[in-house]
Structures are given as C-alpha cells and as structure tokens.
Design a protein around this ligand. Structure first.
Ligand SMILES: [Zn+2]
Length: 711
C-alpha cells in the first residue's frame, strides 16, 4: 500500500509540475504576442537597410568670382554581393550592352580582393563605372528586377582653365591608409578625398556632410517599392537625413593673372598635357592682405589629367617625368635667394646700429679681406646702402656682415650670429611660412650650432661664412619666402602669412591668415631700402622693369649654380607708395637676373596694374647691354655718393690690399668653406623616393591649430 501511496503522490507532483510549466509558457506567449510589441519592432529592424547619400563637393572660384572647378555627376553600377539573388544575367547583359563573357570578367574582377582592394560582401562594390545616359536610363527603369544592384552617383571634378594644377590639387579614391588615419570615421571604401593642393588642405570643408536613406526589405530581402516602383522609405522617409553640400572656396588667386604668368614661363596651355618650358616659379602676393594672386610652378600640367579612368596612368607619367611637374617649385623648392637677400642684410645692419644710411664700404671689383675675395662687377667705390642695392654690390653687404659679426657689442661670435639668425627668422626665413597648401619647404637659415657642428667650434669666423650676406652659401629660400619678403618691404615692416584661399563660403578664413607678423625693425629702415630698390629700377640692375606711370621697386639676383647656368631671380613690388602687388620670379638656369627674371617681372606688373599683356616673344635684353647699363648707372651713383659724403667711409678700415692697383689681374677667387645643409628637405628631389617624401610631407592642420576667423 505504501507503494501505491507513493505512486499517487508522484502522479500528483508530476501533474502539478506540468500545469506550472504550461502556465508559464502561456504567460510568456501572452506577453510576447500581446503585451510587448518590442519584438515586432525588432522584426522590422531586421528588414531595414541604410544607404549613405553623398553630398556634392564644394566648388572653387577665383578672387573675382570666376568659376574654376565645378562638379559633373557620374553614375556607376554597384552591387552589394551579399544581397544579390539569382538574376537574369542575359537581361542585365542586354541593358549594359555587354556580352556574357565580358560581364563575367567584370564580375570576377569586382569580387577578387586582389584586384578590388576595397572588396567587402556587405558594402556597394563598383561593377561598371561611368554609365552613359542610355544605359543609366534603362537601368533606372529595371533595377527592381535585380536585387543587390544599385546605381551610385558620384562627382567628377571639371576644370574651366588649364591652369593652377599645383594650387587646386585633385581628388582620388581613398585607400586603406586614409581610412585607418581617419579620426572622424568619415570615409568608407570607394569614397573620394582631396589629394594635393587646396583639395587636400580644405578637404574637411569641401567634402560636406553625408546623409542617409532608410528603406525596408521584404522577407526575401528585396527593397520594398510601391506600385509605381518607387522605393518605400522606412517611417515614410521621416528618419532620412539629407546630405549637406560641401563649402565653396573662393581662392585669392586671380585666375587670369595665374594663366598669364604660367604662359610667361612655358607658352600656351595644352589640354591633357604636361607643359614644359622654363623651369622655376612665380609668386605674386597682395602685400596688405597676404593673399596670393598667382602661384606658378613650371613645368606644370593640365589639372584634368588627374580625373577619371586615366588618372592612374597619368599620375605615373607625371611622377616619371624628369622635370618633376608634380613638384610645386613655388613652395617646395629651396633655392639660394642670391642678391634678393641683400635688402634683409641692409635692414639688420641699420637696426643693429652697424651702419646708417650714409655708411659706405669699399668695393674694388669685390670684397677683399685677409686673403678672401668675393667678386663684384665694376662700379665706383666706396658705396653706401642705397646705391649698393641699386647696383647689387657684393662688397657692401660682405663688409656689413663682417663688421656686425666682429662687433664688440655682442658677447662673442655665436651670440652675434644668433642675433642675425633671429632677424632672418622674423622675416619669414628658415621655417615654413605655413601657407594653406601641403608640401611647403622651410628653406634653410644656418645657426651658430650648424657651423660649430659642421666646421668646428672656434674654427669659423666672419670670413668663413661671409657669402651668406649675398644670399649664397648655405642660405636657401622658397620663391614664396622671397615674395613674402617683397611684401614685407612693400608694407614697410609687416607681413600676413601668404594664403591661397580668400574665403571659405559661410565660414570665413582661419585666424592665422589675418594676423600681422612684424619683424623688430624700424619703419624708417624699410623706407631706406625701398628707396634703394626704386633706384635699382630707375638706374640700376632692374632698369627693364621701369614702367612709365608705375613706381616699380625691385631687386635682381643672379645665383651661381654649380650644376649649370646661373639662376635668374627678380623680387619687386609696385607701386612704390600704396603697393598692390609684390612678386618673386625665379627661373632656373636662365643666366643673368636682369636678363630674364626682370623682364618677366615687369610684364606681370603691367598685366596686373595696367591690364596690358605683352607678346610672349618680345625681345629680351642682351646681357652686354644690361652689364653696360649697370656699370654706367652704378658709377654715376657711387660718384654722387662720394662727392656728397666723402667722410662716410672710415679710411682706417680699408685693408692694404684694397688698393685696386694691387689686385692681381687674374684673381683666383678663394672660396670660403661651405658645408652643404644637412637638412634633407631642401633642394630638388633626386629620385622617386625623395619626390614621394616631399609630396606626402605632412601639413599643419590649420583648422585644428587655429580657430576659424568669422567675418
Ligand atoms: Zn661692389
């Protein structure tokens, strides 16, 4: 009986247990089906899909409102491999007007991660790029029959001018590295980003903000459409976000002046071509604002070469071209500034009290001191600052630096040199100016440590390094830095960091490009230098830039080049009072400064200030004529100075060998020891690796470093 009792008890327990389980199950079911519609929400969520929509990229205008870069839409057929179902391959081939074999090849290439580096089964992969309008129309009507296929719109950059490729840059598809470095998580495979030029430095403004469209898929994964075949958006499209178009840029460049200057360097523009010609750079700046009016590098190329399917092929062509057209000589090349450097020396000597406006130094065909001779052309002697600037006398500036470095007001040579170096840095040399373009070089200004390291402490003196006073030796500067000096002198003592973008629409410009930089040199000394530079134009080395009605001020430079013909340089501004334009023209291997760079400079002034354009083949003055004019002009100036200020020159300072009669006829010019700058960023790239290193040089992110100036 006891057994039966147990059995009964067990039946009861098991029965009760079943009842409890059923009750729990029913409750849960009730909860699921009736009380909690969270689950139905999840069910819908699973069938939602989000598509990123791309904003249109900002357009680029010049300072006068001329449209320079604009967008044209392009359409690609893309597939999301995961979403593709069995489809009518023949039907698709017919729409695309491809035979089956070609279609299969396209498909294979798209799904091969070796060939398609950005391959992913869950994101849209380009299958056919640049659909023509007929194919695009057919596809739009029939796309609903092909789940997983879609049309993606992107933009192609178009260029109204075959000009300014170095300033504009271009756009390219992002690579894995871009995506990895992207702290904003903006880029997805297949997106485009700015490469070089303002397209790169203003990418964050130009690209805009992406939007999204959310649509619903049915149980078979197909996008739900209404009876007309239109996509039905989730929540009636209320959760969609429209993309915000990128900001337009207004360049400070005058695109017509830019084109004109490019023409002076290399003749007519050619679509789709690398344009050779002279090698060098032209930079023109509006002194008051630091706005760059023209930034020319030569050789250059049609910016449209780096658009569309030929981009890769053309890029390789540009990299392989021995003349380095991708290399922006205006901001990336560091050249010896030559005699354009002399005004900085005059300013420093006066500010330091080494010289005054009347101080004269001897120059008998050169600086001759303690066995060192730095040659000069013939002119009267002794000579003071202004005629020295006008005739581009080497002797004057060598003596100036010599007496500065020997002066007892400084503790020792190192401290005297440090004072000198600090002025140079204040005037924008030795460091990047931080123009709003990638790849800028800092040039090179040595410091005392450089000489201590390279020559040895106590082993160098004023004479060892003296050729830096005439912009040779170790000194290196970009054409941008030389033009910036011209702007500083034009402004009588300040500059605003040169920049190529005048305004980001609705935003303004970075504060950095509105602030004045003021070297600690008195205004009156600038006035003295301006007079000297004016004299160079009216009667000295820049006579070819003497334009009626425009008070041009200038300074030539002829830079000795151990690898070939001299470089020809001109730095100037106009008009003398209330200057509107300051320029630097630097032509590699072109010979005497007055011969090539000065006539080019004078045409730029005529074009910008008078609206005149000269014929490209106008006569270029012969070297003989120029030399004679200089000698005559120079003699006149020095004679005048000698008569008026005979006591200005301290006779005691003249070394015995300065008597011209003692100068040997065949002067063997003893060259000072010149270590070459160890800074690898300087000079022209010697090979492909160096070129790549320069082109990918990191840029200062001006937008995170500085606040944006509104207004
Ligand atoms: Zn001289």
């Amino acid at each position: 009986m006891r057994k039966d009792y147990n059995l009964e008890k067990r039946k009861f327990v098991i029965g009760g247990f079943i009842v409890v389980i059923v009750a729990i199950y029913l409750c849960k079911l009730f909860d699921l089906q009736i009380l909690d519609d969270k689950y139905s929400e999840i069910a819908v969520n699973n069938a939602r899909s989000t598509k990123i929509t791309h904003p249109s990229r900002g357009q680029i205008y010049d300072r006068n409102g001329k449209l320079v870069v604009y967008n044209e839409p392009a359409y690609d057929l893309v597939v999301v491999p995961r979403d593709v179902q069995e489809f009518d391959t023949l039907g698709m081939c017919k729409i695309l007007r491809l035979d089956r074999k070609d279609f299969e090849t396209l498909w294979k290439n798209m799904s091969d991660p070796e060939k398609n580096k950005n391959y992913s089964a869950t994101t849209p992969q380009p299958l056919v790029q640049n659909l023509d309008s007929t194919t695009y129309g057919h596809l739009q009507e029939t796309l609903h029959r092909f789940p997983g296929f879609d049309i993606a719109q992107r933009i192609i950059r178009r260029y109204n001018y075959v000009s300014a490729a170095n300033v504009l840059g271009n756009i390219r598809e992002v690579n894995a590295e871009d995506i990895e470095r992207d702290s904003d998580n903006y880029y997805l495979p297949g997106d485009y980003t700015g490469d070089m030029g303002v397209e790169k430095s203003y990418e964050k403004y130009l690209r805009g903000v992406k939007g999204k469209e959310i649509f619903v898929r049915d149980a078979r994964g197909r996008i739900v459409r209404d009876e007309q075949g239109k996509i039905k958006y989730y929540n009636d499209g209320k959760d969609n976000v429209d993309p915000i178009a990128g900001k337009d840029l207004q360049l400070s460049l005058d695109i017509e002046l830019q084109q004109y200057c490019e023409g002076l360097m290399r003749g007519a523009a050619q679509r789709g071509q690398i344009m050779h010609g002279k090698r060098g750079a032209i930079v023109a700046i509006e002194p008051k604002t630091g706005e760059v009016l023209a930034l020319v590098t030569s050789p250059n190329y049609d910016p449209a070469m780096l658009v569309g399917k030929d981009r890769g092929k053309n890029y390789a062509k540009l990299v392989d071209d021995g003349t380095k057209p991708l290399y922006d000589r205006a901001i990336m090349a560091a050249y010896p500034p030559g005699s354009t450097f002399k005004p900085t020396q005059g300013l420093i000597f006066m500010q330091e009290g080494i010289t005054n406006i009347n101080t004269s130094y001897p120059c008998y065909r050169g600086y001759i001191n303690k066995g060192l001779k730095i040659g000069c052309h013939g002119h009267g002697s002794p000579i003071a600052l202004q005629p020295a600037l006008a005739t581009s006398c080497n002797g004057y500036f060598c003596w100036g630096l010599y007496y500065m470095l020997k002066n007892h007001k400084y503790e020792n040579l190192d401290s005297a040199f440090t004072v000198w170096k600090n002025y140079m840095v204040q005037m924008g040399y030795g460091y990047k100016l931080n123009i709003d373009l990638p790849g800028e070089s800092r040039g090179f200004i040595p410091n005392a440590k450089f000489y201590n390291d390279n020559i040895g402490e106590g082993k160098w003196g004023a004479n060892t390094i003296l050729s830096i006073a005439i912009g040779q030796g170790e000194i290196m500067a970009t054409p941008l830095q030389i033009a910036n000096l011209s702007a500083t002198i034009a402004n009588r003592g300040y500059y605003i960091t040169p920049h190529v973008v005048k305004q980001i629409r609705d935003v303004g410009i970075p504060k950095e490009y509105t602030e004045k930089h003021q070297p600690s040199i008195n205004r009156e000394y600038y006035e003295n230098v301006v007079t000297g530079m004016r004299m160079a134009v009216t009667g000295g080395t820049c006579k070819n830039a003497n334009l009626p009605g425009l008070e041009v001020c200038g300074k030539t430079g002829t830079v000795q080049n151990p690898h070939g013909q001299d470089h020809s340089v001109f730095m100037g501004f106009a008009p003398k009072d209330d200057p509107k334009i300051a320029i630097c023209v630097y032509v590699e291997n072109a010979g005497f400064g007055a011969q090539v760079a000065v006539p080019l400079g004078s045409r730029i002034f005529e074009r910008y200030l008078l609206g005149k354009s000269c014929n490209e083949n106008d006569e270029i003055v012969s070297e003989d004529t120029v030399s004679n004019e200089i000698e005559n002009g120079a003699n006149k100036w020095s004679d005048k100075w000698l008569q008026e200020r005979p006591s200005a020159f301290d006779e005691k300072e003249v070394p015995a060998q300065l008597n011209p009669d003692n100068t040997p006829k065949q002067e063997s010019e003893k060259t000072a020891h010149h270590p070459s700058p160890s800074d690898p960023i300087n000079g022209l790239p010697q090979n492909r690796e160096q070129e790549q290193a320069i082109l990918t040089r990191p840029i200062v992110d001006i937008f995170t470093r500085y606040g944006i100036y509104k207004g």
